[in-house]
Design a protein around this ligand. Structure first.
Ligand SMILES: N=c1c2ncn([C@@H]3O[C@H](COP(=O)(O)OP(=O)(O)OP(=O)(O)O)[C@@H](O)[C@H]3O)c2ncn1[C@@H]1O[C@H](COP(=O)(O)O)[C@@H](O)[C@H]1O
Length: 107
């Protein structure tokens, strides 16, 4: 079991965001702005979906890592801490996904 966490990745992204864009992919993404970074996140999401549909387990792991990394960069640019996402996920543990969906639907 790896000890590496998304919080560790968040710290790395925060540190590398301040590097020179010619020496860091993270810094290059941050310098390019949110539209480009979010587009890259979308591309990685599509690549993850394709791997899942193909039942390509090796690529699904690889593309999922790309996806999570690019999500961390997008959150960094938006100045949203991972903690905010985790709090939202924790709040949702109070009910099931299906009951939450039902509560949003018109009577
Ligand atoms: N986890 C990652 C990480 N995951 C993916 N990537 C980069 O994201 C880029 C994705 O670009 P592309 O989609 O064009 O590349 P690709 O997916 O390999 O190619 P195709 O699918 O398009 O064929 C590549 O350059 C990857 O290296 C990452 N770059 C950085 N990190 C982390 O950030 C740290 C700092 O990296 P730098 O900011 O580059 O110093 C690293 O040590 C890692 O911990």
């Amino acid at each position: 079991m790896t000890e590496f966490t998304l919080t560790d990745l968040e710290s790395i992204v925060a540190t590398r965001a301040t590097a020179r864009p010619d020496e860091s992919w993270t810094a290059k993404l941050v310098a390019g702005g949110q539209s480009k970074a979010a587009k890259k996140l979308g591309e990685e999401a599509v690549e993850t979906v394709i791997a899942a549909i193909k039942d390509d387990r090796e690529n699904l792991v690889y593309e999922s890592a790309d996806l999570l990394y690019h999500l961390m960069v997008v959150l960094k640019i938006a100045d949203i801490p991972l903690e905010a996402v985790m709090q939202e996920l924790q709040r949702r543990t109070a009910q099931t996904g299906l009951s939450e969906k039902a509560s949003r639907q018109d009577p």
